[in-house]
Design a protein around this ligand. Structure first.
Ligand SMILES: Cc1cc2nc3c(=O)[nH]c(=O)nc-3n(C[C@H](O)[C@H](O)[C@H](O)COP(=O)(O)OP(=O)(O)OC[C@H]3O[C@@H](n4cnc5c(N)ncnc54)[C@H](O)[C@@H]3O)c2cc1C
Length: 486
């Protein structure tokens, strides 16, 4: 099979009958017809369809070695600078379809599956084949995954440890082991697209694990008995249309709390088991973090271009581009774009093959880009707000234009650069990108999706070799000492 069509993807998700809850109800019937999910399912389906277009196949697919089939680009282990570059270009091509607003397009976690599968020898001998088999299976069937790597936000104080027995477990943990597999009970956060993917990848929670019951990694089908996805309310309500909510209506991914109710994880799906040493190493030694960051920063560059394009269009439409403070805001957005692109370029050009043969981008520019963007994205959003001002509030709907007040709207909402309806369409896009529920989530997403900004900055600091700079300063001081004696 290898590459699927959009229809095959939607049919497969519908057939899984995943246990998905939203608005106090369990979803009965097809997810692809449910107002909360149909927009994002169709958008993902469109991504899958692109890989069948003959002029895009060389970009979006790759030839599986020794087989006749092609598979999706994200499953290709990059082993050269060329294949790494192609991976970035394909990611950016997919990201462009949503202005970079789909954070978890299938290539995100499929990059994780590829990275883990390619570094199978890192894993304990008992689990190596599992990792490899899941990778092969995912690649051969073009699977999509959601993922989770954090515990519920109960008590984040430094000394908090959950002491729980079977009755009062909160954070998901191993409660039993049988011949068939391990039993997981409890909850995990925050699976974006939980319930609308084929499988879920469960990674260990970072930090200093002290209780082996919390140390595990595995991938299982989303319809595994006992697995439940408790979704936040959807921003894409019934009646949300493309004109009024151009992004919400198509790209609201929906996030979910994942509940494991005595879930049996078969042994052949286990990657890591009660291995206190393996917790951190699974992210670092396999280079999982860096390969994910490469995907994320590639997407963020596209998203920055989109924001810049929207901001410049808004400015041109209402004739404000000649003001210096407007230029200053737009040039700040340009700088962000150039900084992010340059960091991505440097990371890619300085890639080196790791011990598993994967061409891994230079981590430092990628860690810098992701930490920078966690803070920077909110500023880009603020600049857009400052440019559009009340224009992002006086926003009639498409229905208003079609009503008796349409004539008034056409007269009074026209702008220098566009007739009223076109201007409103553009301003609604800017509003949906930054101010609607969907837009606010985008800001929170860019701050947090890869982890806490504070701890990520801290890990950049800790992993960054500062020895040479300190030595240079010491040498400078030494030289100064001798001159003061003169
Ligand atoms: C829109 C969105 C989508 C997401 N999608 C996914 C997903 O698909 N899969 C997934 O697994 N996760 C996902 N996440 C979760 C993401 O991984 C977490 O938000 C991130 O790791 C931070 O954890 P937290 O939200 O629990 O924040 P917390 O850890 O609870 O932090 C809350 C505050 O306390 C501070 N704090 C807490 N602990 C410490 C500490 N030890 N040292 C210093 N400061 C501390 C933080 O700096 C922060 O200010 C998503 C998050 C968002 C917002």
């Amino acid at each position: 099979m290898a590459i699927i069509t959009g229809q095959q993807y939607m049919d497969r998700i519908d057939a899984l009958n995943n246990d998905v809850w939203i608005d106090g109800q369990q979803v009965k019937g097809k997810l692809s017809e449910h107002p909360a999910f149909k927009g994002i399912l169709q958008s993902k389906a469109a991504l899958y369809d692109l890989q069948h277009e003959s002029n895009l196949q060389s970009l979006l697919t790759h030839q599986v070695q020794g087989e006749r089939q092609v598979s999706n680009f994200a499953f290709e282990q990059p082993t050269s600078l060329e294949t790494l570059q192609k991976r970035r270009e394909a990611t950016q091509f997919w990201a462009k379809q949503s202005g970079g607003t789909i954070g978890r397009s299938p290539d995100y976690i499929n990059t994780a599956i590829m990275t883990l599968g390619s570094s199978a020898s890192f894993f304990d001998e008992r689990f190596r084949d599992n990792v490899k088999n899941v990778y092969d299976h995912a690649r051969n069937h073009d699977l999509s995954f959601t993922h989770t790597f954090i515990n519920p936000q109960v008590n984040r104080s430094p000394n908090y440890v959950e002491f729980s027995d079977k009755e009062d477990i909160i954070a998901a943990k191993i409660i039993d082991e049988t011949e068939e597999g391990i039993i997981i009970h409890g909850a995990r956060l925050l699976a974006t697209q939980g319930g609308i993917t084929d499988e879920i990848l469960v990674l260990p929670v970072g930090g200093n694990a002290i209780d082996p019951a919390y140390v595990y990694a595995f991938a299982i089908p989303s319809n595994t008995p006992g697995l439940k996805f408790l979704c936040r309310e959807s921003y894409a309500k019934e009646g949300v249309n493309h004109f009024d909510y151009p992004l919400t209506s198509q790209f609201d991914e929906v996030d979910s709390v994942v509940v494991f109710d005595h879930v049996l994880v078969p042994w052949d799906r286990v990657f890591l088991y009660k291995d206190l040493e393996g917790v951190g190493k699974i992210f670092t030694e396999t280079n999982l973090n860096i390969m994910l960051l490469f995907q994320a920063v590639s997407r963020q560059v596209v998203k920055t271009e989109f924001l810049l394009g929207v901001a410049e269009s808004v400015a041109q439409t209402i004739g404000i581009t000649e003001y210096q403070h407007v230029q200053e805001k737009l040039s700040h957005m340009i700088m962000t774009h150039e900084i992010m692109s340059s960091l991505l370029y440097k990371a890619e050009k300085e890639a080196l093959a790791n011990q598993f043969g994967t061409m891994v981008p230079n981590p430092k520019p990628l860690m810098t880009a992701s930490s920078y963007y966690q803070r920077e994205y909110a500023k880009l959003v603020e600049y857009l707000h400052l440019l559009g001002a009340s224009g992002f509030i006086s926003l009639p709907t498409e229905q208003d234009f079609d009503s008796a007040i349409g004539k008034d709207l056409n007269q009074y909402l026209q702008a220098k650069g566009a007739p009223a309806k076109e201007r409103v369409q553009l301003f609604r896009l800017a509003w949906d990108l930054t101010m609607s529920s969907f837009g606010s989530r985008q800001t929170q997403y860019e701050r947090y999706f890869f982890g806490d900004p504070i701890r990520l900055s801290s890990s950049l600091y800790q992993s960054y070799d500062k020895t040479k700079f300190v030595a240079d300063v010491q040498a400078f001081l030494q030289n100064n000492q001798s001159s003061s004696k003169k």
